[in-house]
Design a protein around this ligand. Structure first.
Ligand SMILES: [Zn+2]
Ligand SMILES: [Zn+2]
Length: 380
């Protein structure tokens, strides 16, 4: 197979378009990204073209506050040509030669004449697809086969619809935080209290907590706090696809998008930072708990100052599809890097009832056996 190198002279100005069909140097067929490689492969003659990645260290961390103040300002943008799904609202790019397609999120028919152009911040980095379609289907089958409390017929009846690969938009944020707090620290101590039992006074040891007011401050640095910029995935779905091997990310290069669809972000940068702050707050609260120390902690007030906030726009690869079982449609997602599958699924009420009865029977057996032994007392 001929291997041509694609440098800037052969591949002029691809940065300002979206999903342009790249053409084969041998036969002018379409080049699509070959998952798990750094190659573009011709759909027609199989010729391969190597993708030369820019070093990831060159990916610029963009200044969040400068962006918010000057709006787009000096930040590089690109125009995306997307179709808006009338049914679920997703904005999805399509390949140029496609005249009809289905929405990857909800399977509704997309009207390709409804193409819109939108200017968005250009992605800085992406994770290329690692699993191909066949491997993704394999992961789905394994997932279905391994589900607990699933109807027995599910394995044979659940055939997925076409599995579509799509790049989902994300924001990642870096920030330094300084949080002041006030609250309470609780330290446990043991004491004995008199208890009257059967007319006799006994002493029992109990654990009590002594509380005192505390205040302080914690510093937490965040690196690559990831939040989804898509409204098409629920937060639960997005979280379930984690972790992402962001350390393997490459600089944004349109060649990796060829053959896949891309979703335009619908959560803007400011909303994205709001989501990131919520995630950061969980870590900050944990840090405050550690800082307070003792056996128990209560946080009454805390206030966080953010500085050196930078962001990157990232695209992450996901396979989406659905399967039908007893006239109900279940959507599932696959992390195209790790193969992790997450989806809605049917449950077998019969199997769940069976498990509950079994647990009840075991619990009863333990209770019965323990009843046969002489009771022990905890008093002294
Ligand atoms: Zn070719
Ligand atoms: Zn849709």
């Amino acid at each position: 197979m001929p291997l041509a190198s694609m440098d800037d002279t052969q591949n002029p100005k691809i940065s300002n378009t979206n999903q342009r069909e790249l053409t084969c140097p041998s036969c002018a067929g379409n080049l699509v990204y070959a998952p798990g490689t750094n190659l573009m492969r011709c759909e027609h003659c199989g010729a391969e073209v190597e993708i030369t990645d820019e070093p990831v260290e060159n990916i610029e961390e963009l200044d969040f506050e400068a962006y918010i103040e000057n709006n787009i300002g000096s930040i590089e943008t690109q125009t995306l040509h997307t179709v808006r799904c009338k049914s679920c609202g997703a904005h999805v790019s399509l390949a140029e030669n496609v005249t009809s397609d289905r929405c990857p999120f909800c399977s509704s028919i997309l009207v390709v004449t409804d193409t819109i152009s939108e200017t968005q911040i250009k992605p800085g980095l992406l994770l290329p697809f690692d699993l191909d379609n066949q491997e993704a289907t394999e992961r789905f089958k394994r997932w279905i086969a391994g589900l607990w409390f699933a109807p027995s017929k599910l394995k044979t009846l659940a055939t997925p619809n076409a599995i579509a690969g799509i790049y989902i938009p994300y924001w990642t944020f870096d920030a330094d935080t300084y949080t002041t707090y006030s609250g309470q620290r609780g330290d446990n101590y043991t004491t004995t209290i008199p208890v009257v039992r059967n007319g006799r006074t006994e002493h029992q040891t109990v654990v009590r907590t002594r509380w005192r007011g505390v205040s302080g401050a914690v510093d937490v640095q965040f690196d690559d706090m990831l939040v989804t910029a898509s409204n098409s995935l629920t937060q639960k779905e997005a979280n379930a696809l984690e972790p992402w091997d962001l350390e393997q990310a490459v600089s944004y290069n349109e060649m990796y998008l060829s053959g896949y669809r891309t979703e335009a972000y619908q959560v803007d940068l400011q909303q994205g930072f709001g989501l990131a702050q919520k995630r950061m707050d969980t870590t900050i609260r944990n840090e405050i708990h550690r800082d307070i120390g003792g056996d128990h902690q209560r946080i009454h007030h805390h206030s966080t100052n953010y500085s050196n906030i930078t962001f990157k726009h990232a695209l992450l690869p996901v396979y989406i599809s659905s399967f039908r079982y007893k006239n109900k449609v279940f959507r599932f997602l696959i992390n195209a890097r790790t193969g992790r599958v997450y989806g809605q699924r049917p449950y077998s009420t019969l199997k769940i009832m069976g498990a509950i009865l079994l647990i009840a029977a075991i619990a009863w057996l333990f209770w019965y056996i323990s009843g046969l032994q002489t009771p022990t007392t905890t008093t002294f």
